[in-house]
Design a protein around this ligand. Structure first.
Ligand code: TYD
Length: 202
């Protein structure tokens, strides 16, 4: 039986979610909460090796293979790290999770969305975030933030990232209860306040 809370942070590369997840982590800890801050791909152990392949392998990777590698990382992450932490009553903050695969491999790479969703639910054994925060950002701004030293995923190009962005917005339209969209164009402080409000409601 799950006892903690599971919160995921999503958005295109360079959207500012990593800054915000750290601020939320500090905020919750300062209030005495027990928090696990983690990420996908590559939280630890085997995941770190999968992350290395996913972000740095320079040969051909088919979209289907790419999906299965992200899903393999997720299955391990959920079974060995996320579920045990939730059972201990922790608040788990996860930088990327299932919606990344729907947005990037589904909308971005063009794989069938319903199939990706089905594979996701198998990988996580039907675990669902209590809250997902999507950071929406104009893609030209986000790619400029990423800069010139791009990894394998970040090199996919502007059309790809516009599909990813629209994919995220579609996910939010389909699941308005779970998924909230935040405008990444606002100040760091302002965004942090909005996030705290969403989390306090939980
Ligand atoms: P990372 O350096 O963690 O990016 P960020 O700081 O933007 O989260 O790299 C993760 C990359 O992998 C990022 O480009 C998104 C991509 N990704 C997918 O394509 N599918 C997935 O399921 C996940 C979890 C990530």
């Amino acid at each position: 039986m799950q006892k903690g809370f599971f919160i995921t942070f999503e958005g295109a590369d360079g959207c500012g979610k990593t800054t915000q997840i750290k601020l939320l982590d500090e905020y919750l800890r300062s209030r005495g909460k027990s928090v696990l801050l983690t990420r996908e791909p590559g939280a630890k152990g085997l995941g770190v090796k999968l992350r290395e392949i996913l972000l740095n392998y320079d040969g051909e990777v088919s979209p289907n293979c790419e999906s299965f590698l992200f899903l393999a990382d997720r299955a391990q992450h959920v079974d060995c790290i996320i579920k045990p932490a939730l059972q201990e009553g922790k608040i788990v903050l996860c930088d990327r999770h299932t919606d990344s695969t729907v947005a990037y491999q589904g909308y971005g790479r063009g794989l069938d969305i319903e199939r990706i969703k089905m594979l996701n639910s198998i990988a996580v054994n039907d675990l669902k975030p209590d809250l997902t925060i999507i950071f929406d950002i104009d893609i030209e701004t986000s790619l400029a933030r990423v800069g010139n030293s791009k990894d394998r995923m970040e090199s996919a190009g502007i059309d790809f990232f516009n599909r990813v962005r629209n994919g995220y917005l579609e996910i939010a339209r389909q699941e308005p209860e779970r998924v909230k969209v935040i405008n990444s164009g606002e100040t760091i402080d302002n965004i942090h306040k909005q996030i705290v409000e969403l989390v306090e409601k939980l």
